[in-house]
Ligand binder design. Structure first.
Ligand SMILES: NC(=O)c1ccc[n+]([C@@H]2O[C@H](COP(=O)([O-])OP(=O)(O)OC[C@H]3O[C@@H](n4cnc5c(N)ncnc54)[C@H](O)[C@@H]3O)[C@@H](O)[C@H]2O)c1
Length: 354
């Protein structure tokens, strides 16, 4: 078992290990449990046995739960049982369910205690740490929310064994990204055969990937500085999600986006890490992309949250673990896109899907 402390104004522990769902406890006497409706029943029952929630709310799976309607419905369920101010909300599931649960906790009675039990790899290494909670609007993802750090996070690695393999590989993109921007020892471990549910490298790799994000958000909770480095690969990723109308899973978009950012880094004089990002894409086996031109993705990249009135900024790498934020000339963006396209189309040929 590993324990990571997240610091800042409201510090909290993240525990990573096997069998945690059957040992957890919280000080609050009244608890509301929120989970996605397709989560294996055994996980819900384990938590119910430990915490005896006054209400258990099952919500639609994936981002279908991150809507204002579902959010309002959950608040009504909590109000109907009079969950008190000194009660707690517990989010069990992937990043979507824990984002919703966190926003419910942040806003119900102007804020109650929140605990997170992530059950996906992405939920563990990314969504559960850092305090971002929220829901989507028809106009876009995560447009409503709050910073509401949990009181504690338990990552029970046993839960990952029921995760579809593609979802596990998708979540690994964020762990690999943490390796590129901060802890290079993660890179070979993420690609190793023992990094899998039940594998010998799982617990430490998950814990070390969490430690990277924990360190960053401890120093910069509200993204005034280095938290932006966690967006490595995300500028093109968000553009790919936008241009495909969310038709590509986030972790796969991030893997494609990291390769583009690696190519831009070389073009701007950095070390050549494109072989590493390409190796990750080969390992992940993402869904093939539709034919895209630079002009298709450029408008979406221009809407990136790191853009300001002078244009888009990218997180690039001088070398492993040395990220920086910079503007990149359009000619360089276009040239790297051509190279990226040729690399990723070669990938589809090497990895026929079907
Ligand atoms: N708050 C943050 O900082 C942050 C960071 C990254 C992503 N996110 C959010 O996280 C969401 C994506 O999260 P995700 O990748 O975890 O996917 P997800 O929450 O959509 O879950 C994927 C699917 O797996 C199911 N599932 C979850 N755990 C399972 C298990 N152990 N076994 C079998 N099935 C299981 C879910 O119910 C769902 O159907 C997005 O909404 C994204 O915006 C938030």
């Amino acid at each position: 078992m590993r324990r990571i402390e997240v610091g800042g104004a409201t510090p909290y522990p993240v525990t990573v290990g096997e069998g945690l769902l059957s040992t957890l406890g919280v000080p609050e006497r009244q608890v509301a449990l929120i989970h996605p409706d397709d989560l294996p029943r055994e996980f819900v029952e384990q938590v119910q046995t430990r915490l005896s929630p006054v209400v258990t709310v099952s919500v639609p799976s994936r981002d279908a739960c991150k809507t204002l309607d579902v959010y309002a419905g959950v608040l009504s369920r909590l109000a109907a049982v009079n969950l008190p101010r000194d009660g707690a909300v517990v989010g069990l599931g992937g990043g979507a369910a824990t984002d919703l649960a966190g926003f419910v906790a942040a806003s119900y009675l102007r804020g109650v205690a929140f605990y997170t039990l992530p059950t996906t790899l992405l939920g563990m290494v990314d969504a559960a740490v850092g305090g971002k909670t929220g829901v989507n609007l028809p106009e876009g993802k995560n447009l409503v929310g709050a910073f509401w750090p949990p009181r504690a996070v338990w990552c029970d690695t046993d839960t990952l064994s029921t995760l579809p393999e593609a979802v596990f590989r998708e979540g690994a993109a964020e762990a690999f990204k943490h390796g590129l921007i901060s802890d290079p020892s993660l890179l070979p471990r993420v690609l190793a055969p023992e990094f899998r549910p039940g594998g010998a490298l799982l617990e430490d790799t998950v814990a070390d990937a969490i430690a990277v994000k924990a360190g960053v958000v401890t120093r910069d909770l509200t993204e005034r500085g280095e938290r932006a480095f966690l967006n490595f690969g995300h500028t093109l990723a968000h553009a790919l999600e936008g241009v495909t109308h969310q038709g590509i899973p986030h972790g796969e978009a991030v893997a494609y986006g990291m390769h583009y950012a690696a190519l831009l880094s070389v073009a701007q004089g950095g070390a050549d890490l494109a072989p590493d990002t390409l190796a990750f894409l080969r390992w992940q086996r993402p869904s093939p992309l539709p034919d895209l031109t630079y002009n298709d993705v450029a408008p979406y990249m221009a809407r990136d949250k790191k853009a300001d009135s002078d244009g888009v900024r990218f997180v690039l790498l001088h070398e492993l673990a040395r990220p920086y934020l910079t503007r990149v000339p359009e000619t360089v963006l276009r040239a790297a896109f051509m190279k990226w396209q040729s690399d990723v189309s070669g990938l589809a040929a090497a990895n026929p899907v079907g």
